[in-house]
Design a binder for this molecule. Structure first.
Ligand SMILES: [Zn+2]
Length: 201
């Protein structure tokens, strides 16, 4: 195929194909779009990728992304710091924020416990969550983990670990279907799930 005769093209297609949700055909379409683009637009794209890599880092409190030490949610005095919502990934924060039903702050675990995928509790930001949970100002820890086998296991593990801290431990209601990812659930459902959250036994 033409890709084999054009090394730079096949290299670009490979790089785009590496991205989540980008199949080979979509990668080809994007690559041809870039070829047709003028050089300024192409360098804007390359620049944007490098810029984000050099500027974006993780919030030193919640592991959300930020361009400074703390993210704009942790830094916002209008947020209710007595509730910490624990999520697997940063995309879950975006989904919950869009629902406009949550005013607390967050903690990003960086995934769920999955022995099959080789993800152990030590690979996640659990230690940091326990340290934050010691703060007397923290009253509630809301577990908004994706409803999956790994998510359930993570939730059980966390609720046991958090029990001695004597905080209210809640989980989002079950409007999100099992196996679904928060990021793909509509804002209304997430909002309702947060309002009708329940205590973890
Ligand atoms: Zn933060």
């Amino acid at each position: 195929m033409f890709e084999n005769e054009n090394n730079s093209l096949s290299y670009l297609i490979d790089q785009l194909h590496r991205l989540p949700g980008i199949g080979r055909k979509t990668a080809q379409r994007l690559a041809f779009h870039i070829i047709k683009d003028n050089i300024e637009d192409a360098s804007e794209l390359a620049h944007a990728i490098l810029e984000v890599k050099s500027k974006i880092r993780y919030c030193n409190q919640c592991f959300n992304i930020t361009e400074s030490d703390k993210c704009n949610i942790c830094n916002n005095p209008g947020r209710d710091a007595s509730t910490i919502c624990v999520v697997e990934d940063i995309v879950d924060i975006i989904a919950i924020e869009k629902s406009n039903e949550y005013q607390g702050i967050y903690h990003v675990l960086g995934g769920a416990i999955s022995p099959l995928a080789g993800i152990s509790p030590d690979d996640l930001h659990i230690k940091e969550l326990l340290i934050r949970s010691q703060d007397a100002d923290v009253k509630e820890i809301l577990l908004a983990i994706n409803p999956s086998t790994e998510g359930e296991a993570t939730m059980i593990y966390l609720s046991k670990l958090l029990k001695p801290y004597n905080k209210r431990i809640t989980r989002i209601a079950s409007g999100v279907p099992f196996g679904a990812h928060l990021e793909f659930i509509d804002n209304g459902t997430i909002g309702r799930d947060i309002i009708s959250r329940r205590d973890v036994e």
